[in-house]
Design a protein around this ligand. Structure first.
Ligand code: NAP
Length: 543
């Protein structure tokens, strides 16, 4: 990276660090109650992770006296008393709660640790009213296991959901947060080859991150719930603009709308940053030659937060057009003058037999999240675009044995990415399609067909990473009656207006080039149009 670019990103990151530190002081420095943690380690097992856990906790204890850490060797009688067997293990205020963390709270998981300390130190969970009502229905014990990884941006949301449950009902709910990198044996035992995954009393109840109420419903019903209908008495907020989606388009729209004087909110059901959050490396975002996707997202979110309120982990269930427009989420209702659909795209499925069955058991769509589990193992990456090649390079970096399979005879990824892949002598199977993914508890082999020769062969692999592009996320648009193009994108005019007055679209959901800078540009353009339209509504002139 050129020196000046390094400096500009470095300055942005330093600025963020300072703000994060100030926020941390605000949160952990003023806790009314102590937050106590017992750390158990055995220097003969997982010492790099033991050391990392020790370092993080010692720093927190030194800076924030309310964080009280006691360290024990795994041979100590305290370990017997609390039945601790894994190294490292953290127990959170074990006199009052049954919460243990098998692993080191590093990377993305540092966020989870800070929130856990905050919950202990303030003795409050921050659960929504609806979640509390669901929790009241739980009357028998539940033991939760959440599998996470420090490189997974989706994991803190699900770990925090589980912490909320364990803190809200300490008499009935116990929790283990299990880091798959530190405990690969446990991940294998449960077939948890993607993160996050949640088991309750040994039964799988959720794959991927869920909004809080869906997590609580899944926990209550002991099976995965996909829909949560909010209570009609949910709280109501009045705004000028509700932006649905917290990817580059939505975050940029939030900044530009607020700068124009609109009261804008951003609602995101999944992970902020969308696809970018799990892109290992982003190249050529203006001003930055190369940056990790998550680092770029963090800077964008921090920036958007200066202007707009963001509601993460909240799902828009319904939009009722009108004046005002009513937007119903799983937490509240918004009365708003305009809605911007910046719902982005979701990864495309291969459609091969076995793909759905082995999803989370060797089939993955996120190398950043699940890659570490395949270190030293053999995987197939499917696809020929920038995503497939970037993911391949990412996995090669963490010692995964990668073979790429592409249905055509040349890759469509950028030349320099292809050259990097070739330099690593990565096997590439051209003109080849995946016909089937097979296995038992996990992926064992794939059946491949060479479309030129008609030859079929079986390849033994431990995992399959699917990176074949994205489809627009239009389910909400369809539900509201927003018209789509024949290709399935949101139909819009040159100013991002849809067929419904007051409802706009921006970003990947509109089609066209899928680049972060373009999504951001569309977001800003849509926000400016909305500002002008709200002063001078085109739909009123048309009447
Ligand atoms: P993409 O460019 O649409 O490429 C998808 C690839 O998957 C194509 O090679 C396609 O084959 C193949 N494919 C599609 N459907 C398939 C199926 N059913 N079975 C087998 N193969 C299938 O998608 P992408 O790679 O995810 O990239 C999306 C956008 O993000 C692009 O604009 C890209 O530039 C950008 N991106 C940039 C970076 C970076 O800057 N480092 C990283 C990741 C993504 P065909 O070639 O036959 O169509």
């Amino acid at each position: 990276m050129a020196r000046r670019e390094e400096e500009s990103l470095g300055t942005a990151e330093r600025g963020m660090e300072e703000k994060a530190e100030a926020r941390l002081r605000e949160i952990l420095g003023k806790m009314p109650y102590p937050a106590s943690i017992l750390l158990f380690t055995d220097e003969k097992r997982n010492e790099p992770f033991n050391r990392a856990a020790r370092e993080v906790l010692r720093v927190l204890q030194r800076v924030f006296p309310r964080v009280q850490v006691k360290e024990y060797d795994l041979g100590h009688e305290q370990a017997r008393e609390w039945k601790v067997q894994n190294s490292p293990t953290l127990l959170f205020d074990p006199e009052h709660y049954k919460i243990r963390w098998l692993g080191a709270p590093i990377g993305e998981e540092t966020k989870t640790l800070i929130i856990a300390l905050q919950m202990l130190g303030y003795r409050s969970t921050g659960l929504s009213d609806d979640s509390r009502k669901i929790m009241q229905k739980i009357t028998s014990p539940r033991h939760i296991k959440v599998f996470v990884s420090p490189t997974c941006p989706y994991c803190p949301q699900q770990a925090v959901n589980a912490l909320n449950a364990a803190l809200a009902k300490p008499d009935l709910i116990s929790l283990e947060i299990i880091d798959i990198q530190v405990n690969p044996d446990l991940a294998r035992k449960y077939g948890a080859q993607s993160v996050p995954q949640v088991f309750v009393d040994e039964k799988l109840i959720a794959r991927g991150a869920q909004p809080e109420e869906l997590f609580m419903s899944s926990l209550e019903k002991m099976e995965e719930q996909r829909i949560y209908i909010p209570e009609s008495d949910a709280s109501e907020l009045e705004t000028d603009l509700v932006i649905v989606g917290g990817g580059p388009a939505g975050l940029t729209a939030g900044i530009y709308a607020a700068r124009s004087g609109l009261n804008a909110v951003i609602v995101e059901k999944g992970v902020l940053g969308g696809q970018v959050a799990t892109t290992p490396v982003v190249e050529n975002y203006p001003g930055i030659t190369q940056v990790g996707g998550k680092a770029l997202v963090d800077v964008m979110v921090e920036h958007a937060l200066q202007y707009s309120r963001i509601f993460p982990g909240e799902e828009v269930m319904e939009i009722q057009p009108g004046d005002p427009i009513l937007v119903v989420t799983n937490r509240r209702r918004f009365k708003t003058k305009a809605v911007l659909l910046a719902t982005g795209a979701r990864y495309r499925n291969l459609g091969a037999p076995g793909e759905a069955r082995f999803s989370g058991r060797g089939v993955s769509y996120c190398s950043t999240c699940d890659g570490p589990l395949f270190s030293g193992k053999k995987v197939l990456i499917v696809g020929g675009g920038d995503s497939a090649v970037t993911e391949a390079l990412n996995l090669l970096n963490i010692d995964v044995d990668v073979t790429l399979v592409h249905r055509r005879e040349r890759l469509r990824a950028q030349e320099h990415l292809v050259k990097s892949l070739e330099a690593k002598k990565t096997p590439i199977l051209f003109n080849t399609e995946v016909q089937e993914i097979r296995g038992d508890q996990q992926v064992r082999e794939v059946v491949l067909l060479n479309s030129k020769t008609g030859e079929k062969k079986t390849l033994r692999v431990d995992g399959v990473f699917v990176a074949i592009g994205y489809d627009p996320e239009v389910s909400l648009a369809k539900k509201v009656g927003v018209e789509l193009t024949p290709d399935g994108y949101i139909k819009h005019d040159s100013r991002h207006r849809t067929n419904i007055p007051g409802i706009y679209a921006a970003g990947d959901v509109e089609g066209g080039y899928k680049q972060i800078v373009i999504a951001a540009g569309k977001g800003s353009e849509a926000a400016l149009t909305i500002f002008e339209d709200l002063i001078n509504p085109y739909w009123k002139k048309a009447v």
